[in-house]
Design a protein around this ligand. Sequence first.
Ligand code: CAA
Length: 327
Amino acid sequence: MMVDPKYGGGGMDTVSYVLAMEEISKIDNSVSVCMSVNNSLVCWGLETYGTEEQKQEFLVPLAKGEMVGAFCLSEPEAGSDATMQRTSAVDKGDHYVLNGTKNWITNGKQAGVYLVIAHTNPEAGHKGINAFIVPADAEGVTTGAKEMKLGIRSSDTCSVMFQDVKVPKNMRIGEDGFGFKFAMKTLAGGRIGIAAQALGIASGAMELALAYSKERQAFGKPIFKHQAVSFKLADMATEIEAARLLCLKSAADKDNGLDYTLSGSMAKVFASEVAMKTTVEAVQVHGGYGYVKEYHVERLMRDAKITQIYEGTSEIQRVVISRTILK
Ligand code: CAA
């Protein structure tokens, strides 16, 4: 959506992206996570930090919708503590040799290209980390079984293994040692997308609860006329509006060239907690019907949980927020 039309993209701003993410996430979060990773991690990362050659080869087909990409940061033992990369890329002169396993990779099987974070010099800490562009069909790349998840079940999540994969030097992103900052800067924008996903889950659940509360009768009137239900809806509406404003603020910060790390983390932690709370209450409004798969609302409750985990857990967002406000 946001890629410059000269590379085949939609040329839209982040506010438009948030609005689209909210609408799609009311219905299908497997689609919206694919969209979020592809737009705000893969395409944004390549467009902002890639060379012209890298953009022509990979950004153009991504922006045109000819393929999707995946962002490979997490590992079996490196989730929140992202500097603890075990995946290694050994410098062999004109190329690197990549070895390691990445976990929980969204679009893992469908991706045509991976952005892979790996260490090139473990002694140098985060300064010894680099980011690489690896085509999915490169020799030595394999994927694990599709994960069986609580929610977003039709999203393709799996581990991706790299065994002696040759990565040409011109497929490194940025200067030597830029990989950790690349990941952090890219994730700062990615968090706006996931915040908007959480917002969509919450607003979708509220729309369902509102409609059901008008249909369902109990004690001689529609249940929304009972304060026990109408107060739940009032709280949902208020919290969703606050989450929406935080999402739009962080998107506007990004569009206006302001720092959006703080506002993006605030939007993500708040919207994901609103999504969890709202979906639990929306199931409650539906009573027994909320607990069966015939109704969409239970799916939204299962989908909500991941928004508190991926692209930085709620605890990590609080780390980012507290470090920034205490500076
Ligand atoms: N922008 C630019 N630079 C940044 C930055 C940012 N937002 N955040 C940190 N940095 C820089 C720091 O300035 C520092 O550089 P200098 O030493 O040159 O000053 C360097 O990065 C290291 O920073 P920290 O010391 O703060 O690093 P840390 O080890 O304490 O970790 C962290 C910081 C915020 C906890 C980070 O590890 C983190 O964000 N962890 C969560 C990882 C995550 O979000 N994973 C999600 C996986 S992707 C995903 O989920 C996609 C999907 O499928 C949906």
